[in-house]
Write a protein that binds this ligand. Structure first.
Ligand SMILES: *Cc1c(COP(=O)(O)O)cnc(C)c1O
Length: 390
């Protein structure tokens, strides 16, 4: 029932002296890795999956499809290290052209496609401003321009349980399995899923020739994580809906970004292409320019940990401008020092909300500027909750 952890780096050859199975040296193939790759391919309803030692290693392997002089088109709001990979390595040392543009604007996408465009890369929902991009519309637009351009979606923020971009003609989906797929904040891993045999062969060569493969033990842990993916995702969503609704009632909050809220600018697009949402919520705190209220709020949280990463059982929160200081506007549109990103964990939702409430109240108590309405709001929230009946 449980595939064994195959630690051997080498496998006995056939009497002919040749390999008669995919397993002869562990960079080329390992049974535990194959078991996980088949599992993850099934989760994205994909023909193939290749796994890598991290999400970044997976993204790097994809970008190695692009040759010097070719062009990558990417959304403005993508994972900070993906921007670093493009701007600090691919552009200066590999001579690859890059354009960042606003993918919620389909005309901006159209205008930015070029004769030498090879790869189009975006996330939905995006990190950290939780924009939703119309996967089908963007893919159609790109494919109409040139069928050979490779469209890649980073699906990390939502998980395959809620969204499967390959069904919209996307060429490759990537995941940082470090996040929701493993779900326990104890493994670093990346995955690429595709229906294209040729792309899969490229990824296989990247695994084999650059030694970019995870250990069998890590494969075992992630396989274990996938068994509870659906249960975890449902609870992350249920908790996040309660938290987002609560935050919307708080006087100390300027704006809440969560794709399942009707107030979200691309709510309808999200509902069209996804069947739920993870525990990722971003919100702006009403603050002065120095960001002191936001810092105080983070320091006063007790249950929710001030730590980066996401998709863990524990609720994690970070200030979003930390990672982006090096990128000047307009690239980091909407990333201000009062924007925080919360990965709602699997704790009891009442406990998460209570912690947020006491930390928000600490801001109000410290400054006379904000009138406190949060007492009333809390009772509103209890009303929402009590009608649920469980
Ligand atoms: C974390 C993350 C990555 C990078 O994955 P690692 O496993 O940390 O290398 C890429 N994309 C997104 C959206 C992420 O959240």
């Amino acid at each position: 029932i449980i595939p064994p952890i195959s630690l051997s780096t080498t496998f006995k050859l056939a009497p002919s002296g040749k390999a008669d199975s995919p397993y002869y040296y562990t960079e080329a193939g390992n049974p535990t890795r194959t078991a996980l790759e088949e599992n993850l391919a099934a989760l994205e309803n994909a023909g193939h999956c290749r796994i890598f030692p991290s999400g970044m290693a997976a993204i790097f392997s994809i970008t190695m499809l692009v040759k010097s002089g070719e062009h990558i088109l990417a959304d403005e709001d993508i994972y900070a290290d993906t921007i670093s990979l493009i701007k600090k390595i691919l552009q200066p040392t590999h001579g690859i052209e890059i354009t960042f543009t606003e993918f919620t604007d389909i005309y901006a996408v159209k205008k930015s496609l070029k004769e030498n465009t090879k790869l189009v890369f975006f996330e939905s929902p995006t990190n950290p401003t939780l924009k939703v991009i119309d996967v089908e519309e963007v893919t159609k637009t790109v494919k109409n321009f040139n069928r050979d351009i490779c469209v890649v979606v980073d699906n990390t923020f939502i998980s395959p349980y809620f969204q499967r971009p390959l069904s919209f003609d996307v060429d490759m989906v990537i995941h940082s399995c470090t996040k929701y797929i493993n779900g326990h904040a104890d493994v670093l891993m990346g995955a690429v899923m595709t229906n294209c045999e040729k792309l899969d062969q490229h990824l296989y060569q990247m695994q084999k020739c650059t030694g970019s493969v995870p250990s069998a033990f890590d494969c075992y842990l992630v396989m274990r994580g996938t068994k509870t993916l659906h249960v975890r995702m449902r609870t992350h969503m249920e908790n996040a809906i309660a938290v987002a609704k609560f935050l919307e009632t708080c006087n100390q909050i300027e704006k809440v970004l969560y794709p399942l809220l009707e107030s979200h600018p691309q709510h309808q697009i999200h509902m069209k292409q996804a069947r739920g949402m993870s525990g990722m919520i971003s919100f702006y705190i009403k603050d002065d320019e120095d960001g002191s209220a936001t810092k105080m709020f983070l320091n006063n949280l007790q249950l929710i940990q001030n730590a980066t990463s996401l998709g863990a059982a524990e609720s994690l929160i970070v200030r979003c401008d930390m990672k982006y200081e090096e990128f000047s506007p307009p690239l980091r549109k909407g990333v201000a020092n009062n924007l925080v990103r919360l990965s709602v964990g699997l704790e009891e939702k009442e406990d998460i909300i209570e912690d947020l409430k006491q930390a928000l109240d600490s801001i109000t108590d410290a400054s006379g500027n904000l009138e406190s309405k949060s007492g009333d709001n809390h009772s509103d929230f209890e009303l929402i909750n009590s009608t649920k009946g469980d």
